[in-house]
Design a protein around this ligand. Structure first.
Ligand SMILES: Cc1cc2nc3c(=O)[nH]c(=O)nc-3n(C[C@H](O)[C@H](O)[C@H](O)COP(=O)(O)O)c2cc1C
Length: 441
């Protein structure tokens, strides 16, 4: 029996993997960050698996970690998202293309143009992951001494969203008449100049690109703070949630959907997709062994730095192969430390294993067989903890192929996932309406 609600699946693409040890996995593509042939293979496989979207993260500075740790990680660099997704749009037909772009370090006219272009190029498959950029080092790359403060970043983001969506509405959908007989190319009555002057931004308009195929590219958000959730509730159509444990994920889901309703929106038009690392094997034991092997590829020096940060205590003097010793109270984040201590006790990890878990990837993980992974995804969907997942692959290409060839068919067999794309655009795939033009109803 097919269930009514189905999963939405995004692929959270760090091209080598989110896991910092993955580039050392046998058969990995360690150069995938800058190798178009590999990225083409990944996205075509995802499209064969009927994924909703390929999601490209972006950062405006090298990650702010010590070089000693950074030099061991492939996650430090990758393609600029628009350039990459424009190229990938030519190799695909249905999968969504979500680019990350910052409201703190970019201009709304630039952002509106780039997304409108990507949406036209791809036949209506673009999505904008709105970020405010948390890495303070980014400021130093844009002529600023100091990073804009959190609340102000979000206030600017809200205004930025109004300006960008207003620019997308510059032209009525039927503005370009292209009437060779009369010699009229477009109807000036169907053109609107935004004339925006606000607290942070001043933009006259109109946009010099026709209204996007989707009206507006799909709006995506990943904020977690109160301000981040509120912005998501007011604007986002897809929310990339951090991978929380199930009870906390349910609370997050209810909170954001409730806020959306209060803001006058239809909560069904806000899809919440937590990030989840998925490790597939023939047995649960083998999946766990794969995870342990992957974690063991994280170099101890960078692993122990991550553990020290998480504990708020220098862990470099601990016996790597002994259990985690008791740690005196410090001023650091208590909840963060408790989470780490709990993890060590629960899985009986040595200091080395714990450090490697934190240095690799320690968020929500489904490690098991196609059946146990489908069970977990079904439980999350049906208990209203999510509308799907932003899937992360432990190592590529193998982990991605495993998901598409083994987990997707199991989800389809259970009626939990589509067998075909329902339409043409990313909005069709996500079941989202096309926004009306606010100036030309
Ligand atoms: C799945 C996921 C993906 C994210 N991708 C990016 C990214 O590509 N670039 C970026 O600057 N921030 C990214 N973020 C960070 C968020 O934009 C946001 O800053 C973070 O979740 C903290 O939320 P807050 O700023 O509301 O406290 C991501 C967060 C999550 C959970």
């Amino acid at each position: 029996m097919a269930s009514a609600r189905q999963l939405h699946l995004g692929a959270f693409m760090r091209p080598v993997s989110i896991h910092t040890g993955a580039w050392r996995w046998p058969g990995a593509f360690p150069d995938a960050n800058f190798n178009l042939a590999h990225l083409k293979r990944f996205i075509q496989t995802l499209e064969r698996g009927r994924f909703d979207a390929f999601f490209m993260a972006d950062h405006l500075a090298v990650l702010n970690m010590p070089l000693e740790a950074l030099k061991r990680s492939h996650t430090v660099t990758s393609f600029e998202p628009f350039t990459l997704l424009s190229a990938l749009s030519a190799f695909t037909e249905r999968i969504g293309l979500v680019a990350t772009a910052s409201t703190t370090f970019d201009a709304p006219y630039h952002i509106a143009r780039r997304f409108a272009s990507l949406d036209h190029l791809s036949g209506g498959r673009a999505g904008w992951n709105i970020v405010t950029t948390s890495n303070p080092d980014a400021a130093l790359n844009f002529g600023l001494e100091e990073h804009m403060e959190h609340a102000e970043r979000y206030a600017r983001a809200r205004e930025f969203y109004e300006v960008v969506t207003g620019l997308w509405d510059s032209w009525a959908d039927d503005a370009f008449v292209r009437d060779a007989e009369s010699g009229i190319y477009f109807d000036p009555e169907k053109l609107h100049a935004l004339a925006h002057k606000g607290k942070y931004l001043s933009v006259r308009g109109p946009l010099n690109i026709a209204r996007p195929v989707q009206g507006w590219p799909v709006i995506v958000q990943a904020g977690a703070s109160d301000a981040g959730r509120q912005l998501a509730a007011e604007t986002a159509e897809v929310v990339f949630a951090a991978g929380l444990p199930l009870p906390a994920a349910r609370q997050f889901y209810a909170d954001v959907k409730g806020r959306a309703q209060k803001a006058g929106r239809n909560p069904d038009h806000v899809k919440i997709l937590p990030g989840a690392l998925v490790i597939v094997a023939d047995t649960v034991e083998e999946a766990r062994a794969r995870r342990a092997k992957l974690d063991s590829l994280v170099h101890y020096e960078s692993a122990i730095a991550s553990l020290s940060i998480a504990l708020g205590h220098d862990a470099s003097t601990f016996d790597p192969d002994g259990p985690l010793p008791d740690i005196p109270d410090t001023n650091q984040s208590k909840s963060g430390r408790e989470r780490v201590v709990d993890l060590a006790r629960r899985e009986r990890l040595t200091v080395r294993q714990l450090a490697q878990r934190l240095g690799g990837y320690s968020g929500l993980t489904f490690a098991g067989t196609p059946a146990t992974i489908a069970d977990a995804m079904e439980e999350w969907l049906h208990s209203r903890a999510s509308d799907g997942f932003n899937v992360m692959f432990p190592y590529l290409p193998q982990g991605l192929d495993d998901f598409v060839d083994r987990v997707v068919p199991e989800l389809q067999r259970r009626g939990l996932f589509r067998r075909e794309y329902p339409g043409v655009t990313l909005r069709d795939t996500l079941g989202l309406p096309r926004p009306e033009n606010r100036f030309f109803a």
